[in-house]
Design a protein around this ligand. Structure first.
Ligand SMILES: [Zn+2]
Length: 59
């Protein structure tokens, strides 16, 4: 139960590989576009663009 998974980056469509030990909520970086992605689900694997916390948008 430790098979890796290949997903499509939601931003650039590039291939993102998740290891079998990836945890839900883990942050990974797309090797193609460099976007930070959050693992939103592990059954099955799914990723979404991580919330940007570096910029202060004046909320
Ligand atoms: Zn990407």
């Amino acid at each position: 139960m430790s098979a890796s998974a290949n997903l499509e980056c939601p931003i650039c469509g590039g291939e993102v590989t998740l290891g079998g030990d990836t945890l839900q909520g883990e942050l990974i970086e797309c090797s193609d576009c460099g976007t930070e992605l959050e693992v939103t689900s592990i059954k099955p694997f799914a990723v979404a663009e991580a919330p940007q916390e570096e910029e202060d948008w004046g909320e």
